[in-house]
Design a protein around this ligand. Structure first.
Ligand code: SAM
Length: 218
């Protein structure tokens, strides 16, 4: 799995975040080399790759920028460019995000927690909002429905207010995930909400789960 570096601007669009959404502690789960936690006053980032330490993360983040650009160039028709405008603008955002991530990882290592879904070393209700981008659903060809149940239940456990997940389609093909509707029916109150971000074809909605209700059977 690639360690990618998305910028805070991309996160704001992927999760349609308003300033009010960002009050209180925010969790970026499976954050990779993203610059979101560095940009938000009270954020925590989780990723198993953080166990590798700063030097190896720096190497992976730089490799991720290079490999990500190559993958995009080789598959241009899988993407819509209206949000980024140009490939150069996207690449510049990713580079800024990588630098911002690495500077923050060095300056505030306590914000970056090495852990993996579906078991987070965080107390119940310890964040207001939990965000998860490009792991759940994206990798549903490798991570099965039962794993998704457990991972989402864990995000709901640690979030006091809300969980937001984007995108909801498979990586590569952009096909819908077969078990999405079934999974949704077992979650607390939830909805699909269109977001302003555009990139992978077919990825226009996030899943918003009300973590304040406790009827999950996951
Ligand atoms: C494609 S990257 C997404 C990074 C970032 N959220 C983004 O949108 O650019 C997927 C990340 O998920 C992390 N990851 C893999 N398995 C995980 C798990 N079980 N729990 C949390 N993170 C995981 C990987 O280390 C990798 O950094």
């Amino acid at each position: 799995m690639l360690v990618t570096s998305r910028s805070a601007a991309e996160y704001r669009a992927m999760f349609d975040l308003s300033p009010a959404d960002l009050t209180g502690r925010v969790l970026d789960c499976c954050a990779g080399g993203s610059g979101f936690a560095a940009d938000v006053p009270d954020a925590i980032a989780v990723d198993p790759a953080y166990a590798l330490g700063y030097d190896e993360m720096a190497r992976l983040v730089r490799a991720g920028l290079r490999d990500g650009d190559r993958m995009i160039d080789a598959n241009r028709d899988r993407f819509e460019w209206e949000w980024y405008g140009t490939t150069e603008r996207r690449a510049a955002m990713r580079l800024d995000a990588a630098e911002s991530f690495l500077a923050d990882l060095r300056a505030r290592p306590g914000r970056y927690v090495a852990a993996s879904l579906p078991d987070l070393p965080l107390a119940a209700d310890s964040v207001e909002l939990a965000l998860c981008s490009h792991l759940l659903f994206t990798w549903a060809n490798q991570l099965d429905e039962q794993w998704h149940h457990r991972a989402i239940a864990e995000l709901v456990r640690v979030a006091r207010r809300e969980v937001r997940i984007f995108p909801l389609v498979l990586q590569g093909s952009g096909e819908p995930v077969e078990f999405l509707d079934r999974l949704r029916s077992s979650l607390p109150a939830n909805e699909l909400r269109e977001v302003p971000y555009r990139f992978q074809r077919g990825a226009r909605h996030m899943l918003v789960i009300d973590a304040g209700t406790t009827s999950s059977t996951a």
